[in-house]
Design a protein around this ligand. Sequence first.
Ligand SMILES: [Fe+2]
Ligand SMILES: [Fe+2]
Length: 159
Amino acid sequence: MTDGPANASETFLTLLSAHAGMLDRFLQHQEALLAQDFGRALERLLETRREFEQHVRAEEELFPRLFADNEVQGTPLDLFTGEHKHLRELLTAFESATRRLDRADPAVMRRLIELIEEEALWKSFFLHHDERERNLLYPAFDRGTADAGRQELLSRFHA
Ligand SMILES: [Fe+2]
Ligand SMILES: [Fe+2]
């Protein structure tokens, strides 16, 4: 292992902006929920999930290449894949709940409140995940790829 990259533009940390993008997309979904535009709310949610899946796939593909012992600085990689799984399951549940929303339903406002409250959990969980990756995983990505074609690996995130 060597020190991190000299050029900040080459660091994996810049890719964490993808997290901000996903969060923004998720907020667009919630804005559409509040406007009771459920078609748009579903669209934005599906986009959030697509971005999430692409990002997570790129992250998890790096694990076996960089961390042969299945851990990063004493933290098991299962922690990250477990969080991905949990975040994914929640998004799937929100999709079902969004699909069930119907403006003609007399209880629609209560269902909306329930959904938005459940979604608040996803947001706080996602922010914890971001923090853990920012402090632990991404710096390790940088160290682990100092001599191993970082640019090639970085390009996968943009694919
Ligand atoms: Fe991430
Ligand atoms: Fe992640």
